[in-house]
Design a protein around this ligand. Sequence first.
Ligand code: RET
Length: 291
Amino acid sequence: MPSLAAFVFHTRGVVLQNGATDATLFEYVFGGDNTLLAASFVVNIALAGVTILGIAYLGRNLTDPRSKAITIALMLISVVSISSYTGLTSALTLSVVEMPPGHPAAGATTAGQDGVLTMWGRYLTWTFSTPFILLGLGMIAGSNWTKILTTCAFTIAMCVTGLAAALTTSSLLLRWWWFVLGSIFFLVIVYVILVDWTAEARRTGTGDLFRTLKILTVVGWFGYPILWALGVEGFAVLDVAITSWGYSILDVITKYVVTFVAMSYVAREPDSITGGADYGATVPGITPTDD
Ligand code: RET
């Protein structure tokens, strides 16, 4: 019986048509000819690290469990991010994927392989990072778990369909159909942010902060599907290095800037952000010992 590892390895090869090894792709990105692309990965490892340390510093005197919960959600965004960019840097989450007939990049070759460089790790890891952004935003707005978990589920669906769109090699139409599905899921999230959470933040006293976070988030998030469509996965108007820098810059806005704007408010623990000593306790009324 073949081992599970052999099966997983074989499936990965079939699914990703992964002719180029990670070592070949690592050499392709860091070998000297693609410095711009390489920098778009490495710079974000540094920024995610600085953000994690910055949160730890700003949050060092927090006492309230609700403001601590928001802080942890914000920190996990960068924890995922540093791992995501390490995956891209090591080429573990890069592949050369052949585009279907009719695609503008059909017939392209990369690192001696038929296909284009696909940073599929980005779509995969957004699946884990974006829920923490929405968890933080939803808690700052003072929303309920139904709405928060709805946006988390829809962002996971959106990112997985983006991954599917990038990896579909059988049909150009189906690549774009995945993209349309993901865009519909995205609109659900935008609606909750712009309508529900905006009104809730106004009621709970975080209206001003939420307005800033909302603009950074909604405007920034719209950039991702636009880049996907213009980049090598879509109409191939932008090359891979420019697309990658586009995503890296959007990440700076939607993750690190959002985090620092939110943290500079949360760290002061105003009434609008605190929940009381037994907030989140598994036994109501019981205050867990200080941690
Ligand atoms: C895809 C393609 C499918 C359609 C849509 C997309 C939107 C992606 C977004 C990504 C946001 C990522 C963030 C990452 C931070 O870690 C998947 C490109 C709508 C909005 C904020």
